[in-house]
Design a protein. Sequence first.
Length: 200
Amino acid sequence: MRPDEREDAKPRGSLIVPDEPPVEAHVLWAMDVSIRLEGVYDRMNSCSTLKCLRLILQPIVMSDFNSDLALTSNSAGALNKTQLSTWMDAHALTRSSHHCAMYCRLGLEAGGISTEDRPRSGDAGDYGPFLLRHGAQTVSQDSYVPQVGDVVVFDKTVQHPYGHIEMYDGHHWVSDFMQHSFSPYHDANSTPTFTIYRLA
């Protein structure tokens, strides 16, 4: 089973990370953002040097995040969808890094949403209640027409234990990478059930 999309997960490589307390790598962005080394996943299997580890983290720890994060945020649910889509497009990778929850969270922050109350699990599939607290409305899947800023949360399943989260930029579905289709999964038959959310 491959690791799925979340902010942090237990690695299965040779690098041992204690369960408590969590080890974090801090990045100096416009606001203090941290990522856990636990989120590096299976790519550590073949990594035994600090140089290799730095190469793994490079797509995530990018210095240009500084100028892109919004300086103000709110908890009422008002979202600047232009800033959200611009940030997501500017930082989307060419393929999944299994950090969709982190990228979408930073995109929401760039759009002016406070994420201090984000899911403690870090799992993408747990973001539904968070979005509802910030004023999002669920959207029916019948005759659905995507709008800029729409957020889709895929449920957690046995095959995809952390779920997935993605956002619509007006042309494409974007998570940590620029997706080629609505479903991020290679095996479309394994796509979990999902909920569509729309923020004001």
